[in-house]
Structures are given as C-alpha cells and as structure tokens.
Design a protein. Structure first.
Length: 317
C-alpha cells in the first residue's frame, strides 16, 4: 500500500510512522506540486485539505482515503470524492484545548482592559479609573456543541458561567445548561454576555448571523468568532459595533484571509483581530499524526467503521 503526504511533517513523526508500519510505502512531499509525480499510485493521501482539487482526485486513480490534517474540510472537491466513494477523515477535536483557552483569554482581556492598561504602561500613565469587570457569573452562548464548544463550556464552568449551546440538532451535550437548535437560535441570544461561534462552514451556516441577531444581543455583549469566517459578513459586524448593538467583536477568522490591510475592521476600536491563530499549539503535528496512525491501523485491518472523525461527504462535516 502506498501513502502519499502532500504536506511537511516533522522528521521524528516521519520516522515514527515508517517504523510503526514497515509494510506500508510512504512518500513525504512538501506540497501538492512536488507530490504530483506520485499521485497516481496513492491509495491514501495526507493533506491539510486546501490543496486538494478535483483534478488531483481524477489523477489519483487508486485513491481510497483522504486524511485531512486539520478540522476544516469545506474546500474539498466533494463531487469527485462522492463519485469514487473515497473515505475522508480529519483531526476534529485536536484544537479544542487551545481554542477554548483562547476564548476565555479574550473575554478576560476585554473585561480586564488589558490592551488599554498595556498602552498606559507604555505611556507611563497611572490611571485607576479604568472600569474593570469580572466574567464570573455571566452567561455564554456557544454556537457549535462539538468537541471545541464543549471544551469552551467546560472551562466556562470554572467561572460559574451559565452555558447555552446551539447546534443543528439541538441535542443535550455535557457542560451545557441549555441547548437549542439553530432554528431556535433567537432564544439563546438576549441573555448572553458572551457569544462564541465555532460552527463548521456549510451551506446552512454561511451568513447565519444577520443584523437582526445582533439587535437581539445585549449592548454589553462580546461576539467571538473562531469557527469559520463566512458565518457572518464583515459589514454586519461593523454595523453591530458601530451602532452599539454589541460592545466588542473578537475575530480570529474572516471571509477573506489574510485580512486586507485596507479592510475597515483593522481600524475599529471595538474589534480585536487575531490572524487565525486560536487553534495553534506546539504539538499540533504529533497529535494530528497520532489520529492518522489510529485510523491507519483500522484501515489496514479493514475496520473502516472504527475509523475516527469520519466525514459525511453529503453533509460535508
């Protein structure tokens, strides 16, 4: 069997995989361009997903499984994948700890006025009149109750925060006091001090948040998006903060990335921007490789039903 990697892996991870699976042939390439000479022989493809095109799928005549080393799988050429019944898995849940910590850190940053205090330190200003708030005892609504959303809710409980979850099915999940379906999302907004979006990008989630939803939120609310940039239009965010419908927006994802230097979000005092780094952490590749190894073991034993993080190619998540 031939496994082709279209992305760089660390040397220790490569050596570990090769040693663990001596009967499997591996080819590790830096990118899709360098992988193309081998694509026709690949039965398994390792990729971050954004470089897999319909043309690559057509050339990969022996391909049976795509292992995406990220959570986002919305850019895959699903029509070609479905024609061939190719399996798709990802590393869903791997980001849950850093992303949950990011969310709590950002809410603390706004409530504790850390940016303003840092600026005062630079300017040597001693000002004890800056209003400081506590996040303890507040209410948080999390859109997306999967692994990341549940970890956000779990950490929130350390601050005695009431947690409300919103998902497509509205099923009860651990660490959430209440759960609503997306169709009922209006019920989850009025009492929320913090709104967190960690939804996947699907046809149903594009521009899910509209002007009317921000009008339902508290004027003191903080909206944080670390899921997918297209869940809300940039103009909608700008209108919401400029009109005082919410207090702050914390954005780690955007409709266009990198965010253009001319974009008005950069200069809005009520918007905090981070460059899609909420899910970054030092051991990402080793942990992603462990998920791949687990699935490869099941794949080699023909136990496809036991493979974890299997993507529904019709729902695309």
């Amino acid at each position: 069997m031939f496994v082709l990697s279209m992305t760089t892996l660390t040397s220790d991870v490569r050596e570990r995989i090769i040693k663990k699976y001596p009967k499997v042939n591996f080819q590790f390439c830096e990118n899709a361009e360098k992988a193309m000479p081998f694509i026709g022989d690949a039965e398994v493809l390792l990729t971050f997903g954004t470089d897999v095109t319909a043309n690559i799928i057509r050339q990969a005549q022996n391909l049976k499984w795509i292992m995406v080393l990220s959570a986002g799988v919305e850019e895959l050429p699903y029509e070609e994948i479905k024609k061939r019944n190719i399996l798709v898995t990802n590393v869903k849940g791997i980001h849950k700890v850093p992303m949950a910590e990011y969310a709590i850190a950002m809410f603390l940053q706004v409530y504790q006025q850390t940016q303003r205090l840092a600026k005062h330190q630079q300017d040597q200003i001693w000002d004890q009149s800056i209003p400081i708030r506590e996040i303890t005892g507040r209410t948080m609504t999390v859109f997306g109750t999967g692994a990341i959303g549940q970890e956000v809710a779990r950490l929130a409980k350390a601050f005695n925060i009431k947690t409300i979850g919103v998902s497509f099915r509205g099923k009860e999940k651990e660490y959430f006091d209440e759960v609503y379906s997306v169709k009922e999302m209006e019920k989850s907004l009025p009492e929320a001090d913090f709104i967190v979006a960690v939804l996947p990008s699907t046809a149903q989630t594009v521009h899910l948040f509209k002007d009317v939803h921000f009008q339902m939120m508290k004027e003191s609310a903080i909206f944080l998006n670390m899921g997918r940039g297209d869940v809300v239009a940039s103009e909608t965010i700008i209108h919401a903060v400029d009109r005082g419908e919410i207090d702050y927006a914390v954005l780690d994802v955007f409709e266009e990335e990198p965010l253009p230097k001319s974009h008005p979000l950069w200069n809005n005092d009520k918007v905090i921007i981070t460059p899609h780094t909420s899910g970054k952490f030092s051991s990402y590749i080793p942990m992603a490789a462990e998920i791949f190894e687990t699935n490869l073991t099941y794949y080699l034993s023909n136990n496809h039903e036991k493979m974890i993080n299997m993507i529904d190619v019709n729902r695309r998540y």
